[in-house]
Ligand binder design. Structure first.
Ligand code: ATP
Ligand code: MG
Length: 662
């Protein structure tokens, strides 16, 4: 079997040097400093992480040991013996550091005039009130509290109130359907659920409390439901002795709101959060207090070069890890101003993000390729009418950003100058792992660049799926992390076997993603190991073929999956969403095939190209290729649970399109 790899992403040879302007005041300035930090961090990790933990985090009691590692069971305890509280770090200490009256949280509601702003002092008061309120519901250290809430300030406040008490919060994305919500509440036996009357999305109300009521019939652990009046829905059913309005509950604690922070052990759990479920059943990931918080602050400061007067906007919903680390814990522990938006980028018009950037003079914008691609499909005039000059750094997370989308982001949002910080990481890793430093790293569009200082990432085995032959001497393979880092998950909730499965193949943490390392040491994420394609012995990556399809101006989004093929083992099946108003045609199919043939080679040419209106996506916006793979292979029956999709109605449409095509 030929082991040749065909690559085109690696032919992406455009590169961008870090901007000169502002460089000297950067946290990490220039390639030499970056290299020196990497060397130091790997030579003496304890010293490196210990220094970061003392610079960035306030400890009630200093740790005895930076790392206690149980290599046999792959259990890593950071800053053992240390005592701290995440809420204290995100709020209290800023009250005495001159940031008392600084904006901690700016909230933009879906309606343009719905804006709220909390200074650090105001945030303190609110969080203390809610901590009192939760405590009055008998929530104590170690209890689980589920948060099924829209993107409103009360969500961040509830997270920080839980952290203050030492309760473990579990955020449940408000877009989830019944099953996802129930299993998460049942799984952790939450005693209290906090929700709202409704979430507002695209001009419509999603009645969260009404959705929750039937779910709770099968959740006996839940003693109380706290409901935020957000959308002002009428006739919200409130069950006696169980349900209580948020405003009524905190009303009792308006006079003397101080609530002392519970001193937590560094290895006490801060929160439980599920992965996005792109590859299967979501995993319940647990994060520690000391290690996680250190890593959140560390990566926020260095990857986004966070400065004291920055307005920082991470667009991710706090139902996902990105919203936790880069919406709440990272920026607030640094005393920054974090912006929160309840709404979608395209409603009422596709200029929503740029209005917000202009209105609040946002300096750092961190969003996802799915957003960038959806806005790219629209006319550029939606961006051009806004003054985006406040922006200093752009970020991307969630999926590989194809070079075409990168270039668009760079040109139209970043005026051809701003650094784009493409951050590769996972719920399990707690924070960014492979990412550039904006003032130190040369950028290559489509590559997340190099591992951060202290992160020992490499590739092992081959890019093959389990059970396939490894390719010898290859720089492509399973992306693994050889040494522990403070943001690493503590464990998988109630599933030790799943936790161990991350380590079983290579003896170190295996991410489940495939990557290739180029001659400069840059990492190119090729997609999930499970998604890679083997055509006649040639290993092809989904990300590469998709990136080529996306270079055609007619293409808005592309997803590539393997399909069974009698001769080649596997063939390639491509799903394509065209840009606005581009008609589907046989000519376009031929053109797309030609593009792949020309750029990658005949072997990578798709057998079929199916035009679709939309892709099946997780609610966090990631394409679920396993469903597309099932359809391409004609097995519609075991397609899996489609109710958790952002738009479940796309599936029957794709199936009928597939039937007509093949
Ligand atoms: P599940 O683990 O349940 O299948 P998931 O892996 O999508 O879902 P997350 O932890 O939210 O859940 O996402 C992590 C994954 O997202 C990574 O493993 C990677 O595949 C992808 N990813 C995140 N950021 C990037 C990036 N910058 N470049 C490429 N891929 C990325
Ligand atoms: Mg995952």
């Amino acid at each position: 079997m030929s082991q040749e790899r065909i690559t085109t992403l690696l032919n992406e040879n455009r590169s961008y040097l870090p901007p000169e302007h502002g460089k000297t005041s950067a946290w990490v300035c220039g390639a030499e400093e970056y290299d020196a930090l990497c060397r130091r961090a790997l030579e003496d990790p304890s010293d490196f992480w210990g220094a970061r933990a003392s610079q960035l985090v306030h400890w009630f009691k200093r740790w005895d040991k930076v790392l206690e590692a149980d290599e046999v069971n792959h259990k890593y305890k950071w800053f053992t013996g240390g005592k701290l509280n995440a809420s204290f770090n995100c709020i209290d200490r800023h009250l005495i550091s001159g940031r008392r009256n600084k904006a901690a949280l700016i909230w933009q509601g879906e309606k343009e005039t719905d804006v709220r702003c909390y200074t650090y002092q105001m945030l303190y008061t609110e969080v203390c009130r809610v901590a009192h309120a939760l405590s009055s519901l008998r929530i104590r250290k170690g209890d689980h509290v589920a948060l099924y809430m829209p993107m409103i300030p009360e969500l961040f406040i509830a997270m920080l109130a839980c952290a203050r008490i030492g309760a473990i919060h579990t955020a449940i994305f408000s877009g989830y359907a019944e099953g996802g919500v129930r299993s998460r509440i049942q799984g952790c036996k939450a005693r209290v659920v906090i929700t709202a009357d409704a979430a507002v999305r695209g001009g419509k109300f999603k009645p969260l409390k009404a959705n929750l009521d039937p779910i709770l019939e099968k959740c006996p652990s839940v003693a109380h439901v706290v409901v935020v009046k957000h959308a002002g829905l009428e006739n919200v059913h409130m069950q006696r002795n169980r349900d209580i309005w948020w405003h009524d509950l905190i009303d009792d604690f308006t006079l003397n709101p101080d609530f002392p922070c519970e001193p937590m052990d560094s290895n006490d759990t801060l929160f439980l959060l599920h992965t996005s479920g792109s590859t299967g059943k979501p995993t319940g990931v647990m994060h520690s207090t000391g290690g996680y918080l250190t890593y959140a602050a560390h990566t926020t400061q260095w990857c986004f070069d966070m400065r004291d007067d920055d307005v920082y906007w991470c667009t991710a919903d706090a139902g996902w890890i990105t919203g936790h680390t880069y919406g709440v814990y990272g920026p607030l522990s640094l005393g920054a101003t974090t912006l929160m938006f309840e709404g979608i980028p395209t409603w009422p018009y596709p200029d929503r993000y740029w209005r917000i950037v202009e209105n609040f003079r946002v300096n750092i914008l961190y969003t996802a390729p799915t957003v960038i691609r959806s806005l790219m499909r629209m006319n550029e005039a939606w961006t051009e009418r806004y003054d985006l000059r406040s922006l200093r750094i752009l970020g991307s997370v969630g999926e590989p950003i194809n070079p075409e989308a990168w270039q668009w982001y760079h040109k139209h949002i970043g005026s051809g100058e701003l650094p784009i910080v493409d951050t590769w990481w996972q719920t399990e890793t707690g924070g960014a792992m492979i990412a550039p430093m904006p003032y130190a790293t040369k950028l290559k569009p489509g590559s997340a660049s190099k591992p951060l200082p202290g992160i020992d990432a490499t590739v092992m085995g081959s890019a093959a799926r389990d059970g396939e032959e490894p390719e010898a001497g290859c720089k492509a393979g399973h992306l693994v992390i050889r040494r522990p880092w403070p943001g690493m998950m503590q464990g998988v909730f109630n599933d030790e076997e799943k936790y161990q499965s991350y380590f079983s193949r290579f003896g170190c943490y295996a991410s489940g993603d495939a990557a290739e390392i180029d001659q400069d040491g840059y990492f190119w994420i090729l997609g999930r190991i499970d998604d890679s394609i083997n055509v006649s012995g040639h290993r092809l990556s989904t990300a590469e073929i998709e990136a080529v399809l996306a270079t055609c101006p007619e293409v808005g989004e592309a997803a590539v999956v393997p399909m069974p093929h009698a001769l080649k083992g596997e063939g390639i099946y491509a799903y394509v969403v065209t840009r606005d108003e581009v008609p589907w045609s046989a000519d376009l199919r031929a053109k797309l095939r030609d593009a792949v043939r020309r750029d990658i080679g005949a072997l990578a040419t798709p057998e079929y190209i199916q035009f679709v209106d939309g892709m099946p996506k997780t609610t966090s916006g990631k394409i679920i290729r396993r469903m597309l793979r099932k359809i391409a292979g004609d097995s519609y029956e075991d397609i899996g649970d489609t109710t958790s999709l952002a738009e479940p109605e796309v599936i029957p449409k794709i199936i009928s399109g597939h039937r007509n095509l093949v």
